[in-house]
Design a protein around this ligand. Structure first.
Ligand SMILES: [Fe+2]
Ligand SMILES: [Fe+2]
Length: 261
């Protein structure tokens, strides 16, 4: 069973963009609009359940002008919707993609950032010690949170989702789901995504949107690029979970219960 609901398919309204559309749906249909939304300061991953109109109001943007801007980008790039449609693959395949790409990248990137931070703190303590110290604290919190978060998804939630998906497809026996349902683990994961999003925003604020100081060396530049890449990948990662994998898993578990299988 794939993750795209019938309402979502019907709701795409001939590839248009409309104000009541949720941000999660918008970036699911048009993944390449993510860059523009990020430039506008619109959070589409943790805030993906909000409508486009609501997000514009919260960001102090005019909804009509924003929609026109997004529509222009979408129309200019006919392939904008042609990237992988993750709502059209099975939940097991989507979970596999998240694990193989985003979980692996997050761990590798966090280890790299730790090493870069060591070097930059040593070399720039005199002029940037306070900022770098605060950045290090926020990063270590994020790293500790994410290490546990990834492990919980890998050991508990994703095996349950794969079990439900496999059972519905006739590949395995009825799964034993920890806590009796995926609903509560999913809520917990969403709270943890919010916390990670807040720490990413804090690091972006501390660094003035990753703007390099005048005396920055190449390692400083590499550090900021690595942090920005971690942030961008986590946005995509959290979007795939919050807006596609998790709601579709809740629906599939409900369908399993309703069928009394
Ligand atoms: Fe994840
Ligand atoms: Fe997650």
């Amino acid at each position: 069973m794939n993750a795209k609901s019938d309402e979502q398919k019907a709701g795409n309204r001939g590839n248009a963009i409309w104000p009541e559309q949720t941000l999660g749906e918008l970036v699911t249909y048009y993944p390449r609009l993510r860059t523009r939304l990020e430039q506008m300061g619109i959070d589409y991953c943790c805030g993906g359940k909000r409508s486009l109109a609501e997000a514009c109001r919260q960001a102090g943007l005019d909804p009509e002008a924003t929609m026109a801007d997004l529509e222009k980008i979408r129309a200019q790039d006919p392939s904008a919707a042609a990237a992988t449609d993750w709502s059209a693959v099975t939940l097991s395949d989507l979970a596999g993609h998240i694990l193989d790409t985003h979980h692996v990248f997050t761990r590798t990137q966090m280890a790299r950032i730790g090493m870069l931070l060591d070097k930059v703190q040593n070399a720039h303590r005199a002029r940037h010690g306070d900022m770098l110290g605060a950045l290090r604290s926020a990063f270590e919190l994020l790293k500790a949170d994410l290490e546990t978060h990834l492990m919980k998804e890998e050991k508990i939630l994703f095996p349950a989702i794969r079990g439900i998906d496999g059972f519905m497809a006739g590949r395995n026996a009825r799964p034993e789901v920890h806590c009796g349902s995926v609903f509560h683990p999913i809520r917990q994961m969403e709270h943890e995504h919010d916390a990670a999003g807040a720490l990413l925003a804090k690091m972006r604020g501390l660094t003035g949107n990753y703007r390099l100081p005048d005396d920055a060396c190449q390692t400083f530049k590499a550090l900021y690029e690595a942090l920005a890449a971690l942030e961008s990948d986590l946005h995509e990662h959290i979007h795939l979970e919050n807006n596609i994998l998790f709601p579709a898993s809740v629906k599939q578990e409900e369908a399993m219960g309703e069928k009394g299988l």
